[in-house]
Design a protein. Structure first.
Length: 364
């Protein structure tokens, strides 16, 4: 792994990691090094631009945020960590910003916030979801609201993810469904295994039998808090999804991110149900090196074959996070986190989620 800080390359580190995540807007990096009394000190104080390369390919562009130095006579150590360029967007809050009148696309809304901040971030839209519509969607950030919270809410309404690329720019995406001819193999008695370590976690604590999304559009007038009378009618637009594999008596009810109609409320409920179910089982594996069997770097948003007798997993899975690691002695490894291949979609391969026929009149 190579790290270029303010245009100067550094490789004399004891360890280095770069973590890329499909479901996080900002990726992270860290590295540590030992320094002798005779060696020049690392000239880092925070704020320096850092570009990370894995096996010669750029994987992250960001800034150093934390520098910790310690030691004693004769030996010293330094630890550095940071995030990619989208971190500035995540850390910032919105001032006075009200020009979000529908119809407007998710990409345009995100760009308005970026312009408001005076940032030079670029946005790539790989999804082109439907625009937010007049009389159905309400887009109004509160002064002081975190930029990330505002745009994540909009993305969830359209079933999208916000992530970043190797240059630290923003990407609107969904699970690609792109199959890669690469494999994770951990079979008993096989000499072709490529798994160094593994872990598997089953966590059903965030899953529910019913996902109920309430929204604040008047079904009578189609206007936000328009003529329609009682508050019960104003919020009677809703979306309901059920997961038959989860026992009854577990319900998650929440207000939708801003106003929308019943159709989008149902899609929002489906997104919540599918995301919770898809991430209830997470497989972690560590493999040698940075590249898969195709010769390309391991990457997020790819679907690969998993055959693991020890984890009890035999299926294709989606790569959700990639952690490139180096030990400073020439050793390299990649830690992968894998989830169901249909995660972050608006449908499941297995038809386990059904929409009850009476979803529009839950209040009776």
């Amino acid at each position: 792994m190579r790290l270029v800080v303010d245009g100067k390359e550094y490789q004399q580190f004891e360890s280095a990691t770069v973590t890329l995540a499909l479901d996080a807007l900002s990726n992270t990096f860290s590295f540590s090094a030992g320094i002798s009394d005779q060696a020049p000190p690392f000239p880092f104080q925070g704020g320096e631009k850092c570009v990370a390369y894995a096996d010669g390919e750029r994987v992250l562009t960001g800034y150093i945020e934390v520098v910790d130095i310690s030691g004693s006579d004769g030996s010293h150590s330094i630890y550095v960590q940071g995030r990619d360029r989208t971190a500035d967007f995540l850390d910032s809050t919105i001032g006075s910003l009200s020009d979000f009148r529908p119809p407007i696309t998710l990409e345009s809304a995100v760009k308005k916030v970026i312009t408001h901040l005076g940032s030079d971030l670029l946005v790539t839209d790989n999804v082109s979801p439907p625009a937010f519509e007049k009389g159905i969607d309400l887009l109004a950030p509160e002064p002081g609201q975190a930029c990330g919270d505002f745009v994540f809410a909009l993305a969830r309404k359209r079933g999208c993810l916000l992530t970043s690329d190797a240059h630290g720019n923003m990407v609107i995406t969904r699970a690609s469904g792109t199959d890669v001819d690469a494999a994770i193999q951990h079979l008993r008695g096989s000499s072709a295994n490529n798994v160094l370590t593994y872990s598997v976690s089953h966590d059903l604590s965030k899953q529910f039998n019913r996902y109920l999304v309430l929204t604040q559009q008047s079904p009578v007038s189609g206007d936000i808090f328009g003529s329609g009378g009682a508050a019960s009618r104003i919020v009677s637009q809703l979306g309901l999804q059920t997961d038959g594999k989860i026992r009854s008596g577990r319900q998650l009810a929440f207000l939708s991110e801003g106003a929308s109609n019943a159709e989008y409320a149902k899609l929002r409920a489906l997104w919540a149900a599918n995301t919770a179910r898809s991430k209830s089982r997470v497989l972690g594996v560590t493999v040698d090196g940075y590249r898969n069997q195709t010769g390309n770097l391991w990457g997020v948003n790819q679907i690969v074959s998993v055959e693991s007798d020890y984890a009890g997993v035999h299926e294709r899975m989606l790569v959700n996070t990639v952690n490139f690691g180096a030990d400073g002695q020439g050793g390299t490894s990649t830690a992968l986190s894998l989830i169901r291949q249909d995660s972050y979609t608006l449908s499941l391969e297995e038809p386990v989620l059904e929409v009850p026929p009476e979803t529009d009149d839950i209040f009776g």
